[in-house]
Design a protein around this ligand. Structure first.
Ligand code: ADP
Ligand code: MG
Length: 386
């Protein structure tokens, strides 16, 4: 399907006002678009920088009507936006990604079924909705029990080793629809971000190497230091997934690299991704610009990584380094004195444990140089690196 191009000067709408929306708004404004954000939070990071902040619930009819009235096209910045809201919007405006792929990515069971349809390997798993299924899934242990919906940053999941622990974890998750996955031994984690246009063109960033701590992304590094065949495998698998969903927009697929160097898919995000924040500073086109191009029908061209990069997430705990009840921002001048350090803060009012407050991207001419500066920056901020 070829769509009319939505030219700069038009208004682009975003469902959700978090940091991903904020960086989308920054990129859209740089290209001469106006922006409208729908998010109930008066202090939402994207709402504060958009031209219009529609402050209603995601299913509020008046809010959705206002967003449509303002916007020439609409995208989303978090995957838990109700699919029903996207269906409503899509009746009147181009919406990318569409409600159908977003609904798949919102549900771990549907997501894994999509992996299987595309021949993309994932961890052995069982869907758990009944006590019988719970008992039958014990052969997967030790495993990780995850809620099918609404989990993020390691929330809504439990590592379980025995049938007793599994039963307790399921109770803890209120016996909601869950997926039990075998716990795999991970040699590394990686992610692949691509953009697909309405007429089926696909471009992608290099594979990214990710380190998670406590279920939350801590570090991303590019190039990923993996075998080129493995990277190609990730590109092919991600492209097949995007095509199978007739996906339009930016898609991130998270992968596990196993000890035998094989690759299995973990989950997908129907939007730009935390592991792609480095693209703002290290690529000639960022993941947010690709989101704009895919949404508006502007050409997609292959982004070029012009610098090696390391991204360090800045979590709320860094604001309480001197004691649990003393809130103090890090001394940014300590890290900004280092070469190639780019500071991004999301202007969130309340730092909290595990809350993503911002990130640092370190760019350099070589991967070793980027790692050396990242190690020093992490040490100056007292955050773990290796
Ligand atoms: P979230 O939606 O919270 O990001 P994920 O399913 O991506 O949830 O899990 C978060 C992290 O937990 C992963 O990045 C990985 O480090 C670890 N993890 C998840 N599933 C498995 C698994 N089956 N085996 C080993 N580690 C896992
Ligand atoms: Mg994840």
């Amino acid at each position: 399907m070829t769509r009319r191009v939505i030219e700069p000067g038009a208004t682009l709408g975003v469902m959700g006002g978090g940091q991903l929306g904020r960086m989308f708004v920054h990129a859209a404004q740089a290209m001469g678009y106006f922006t409208a954000v729908l998010d109930p939070d008066p202090a939402s990071p994207a709402g504060r920088v958009a031209h219009w902040h529609i402050q209603t619930d995601y299913l509020d009819e008046q809010g959705l009507a206002q967003l449509m009235q303002r916007s020439a096209a609409i995208t989303t910045e978090f995957e838990n936006v109700p699919a029903a809201a996207l269906v409503t919007l899509a009746a009147h405006r181009p919406v990318a990604p569409g409600a159908h792929p977003v609904a798949i990515c919102q549900d771990r069971a549907a997501e894994k079924a999509q992996f299987e349809r595309c021949g993309v390997a994932c961890a052995p798993y069982s869907v758990i909705e009944t006590v019988e299924q719970l008992v039958g899934a014990a052969s997967l242990l030790p495993g990780i029990l995850k809620t099918a919906r609404l989990g993020y940053d390691g929330k809504g999941q439990f590592a379980v080793a025995t049938p007793d622990e599994l039963a307790r974890a399921w109770d803890e998750l209120k016996r909601s629809r869950c997926v039990l996955e075998r716990r795999l031994s991970l040699a590394a984690e990686a992610s692949l971000i691509l953009a697909r246009s309405a007429n089926g063109d696909i471009v992608h960033f290099p594979l990214q190497r990710n380190v998670h701590r406590g279920g939350i992304l801590a570090v991303t590094e590019v190039p990923a230091r993996v075998d080129p065949a493995l990277e190609q495998h990730a590109i092919d698998a991600s492209s097949a997934l995007a095509e199978s969903m007739d996906y339009v927009g930016v898609l991130c697929v998270e992968f596990f690299v196993l000890d035998d160097d094989s690759l299995v898919a973990n989950e997908m995000a129907p939007r730009p991704h935390n592991s792609g924040h480095y693209t703002i500073d290290a690529c000639d086109i960022s993941q947010f610009e690709l989101q704009i191009r895919a949404l508006t029908g502007l050409p997609l061209v292959k982004p070029r990584l012009h610098s090696s990069a390391v991204m360090l997430n800045l979590l709320g705990e860094r604001w309480f380094a001197s004691g649990d009840d003393v809130e103090q921002p890090p001394r940014w001048s300590d890290v900004l004195a280092l070469d190639g350090v780019h500071l991004h803060l999301y202007a969130k009012l309340q730092p909290r444990m595990g809350r993503k407050m911002g990130h640092l991207t370190i760019t350099a001419a070589s991967a070793d140089a980027a790692r050396a500066v990242a190690r020093e920056a992490a040490s100056r901020l007292s955050i773990d690196f290796d």
